[in-house]
Ligand binder design. Structure first.
Ligand code: AMP
Length: 113
């Protein structure tokens, strides 16, 4: 079973600035923010990356996205925000525990880097 820094945050072995939690997901501020608001939403189940999500995760993935929307509202991002899922090395993923980035508080540019 692979463990990551996010597993340690879930188990409260290392601190995080948690903004939302329920039985299935956790949301906390990114330690290296790329925007005025930068929050990560993760499932408590340690799915390493989106590519490894399966049909049985359908409800959990929906919950992850709806939680991201709720957290964005809580962070007062009514002017807009961006959700990002980095998948795999070339996708820019560095922590192999599935997570959704919520980025907001400034205008986003396109294409992303
Ligand atoms: P990714 O590159 O998509 O895998 O994103 C991983 C994110 O996790 C990066 O934005 C990191 O800044 C963030 N991160 C790494 N360690 C921590 C931590 N201990 N607490 C909060 N965010 C973290």
């Amino acid at each position: 079973m692979s463990d990551t820094v996010f597993g340690k945050i879930i188990r409260r072995e290392i601190p995080a600035d948690i903004v939302y939690e329920d039985d299935a997901v956790l949301a906390f501020k990114d330690i290296n923010p790329q925007a005025p608001v930068h929050v990560l939403v993760i499932p408590k189940e340690p799915i390493p990356k989106l590519d490894e999500a399966a049909q049985k995760h359908q409800q959990l993935l929906g919950h992850l996205l709806l939680t991201a929307k709720e957290v964005a509202a809580k962070m007062e991002l009514e002017r807009g925000y961006r959700l990002v899922i980095n998948n795999g090395d070339e996708g820019g993923q560095t922590v192999y525990h599935l997570h959704v980035h919520i980025l907001g508080g400034r205008p986003m540019t396109w294409p992303p880097g």
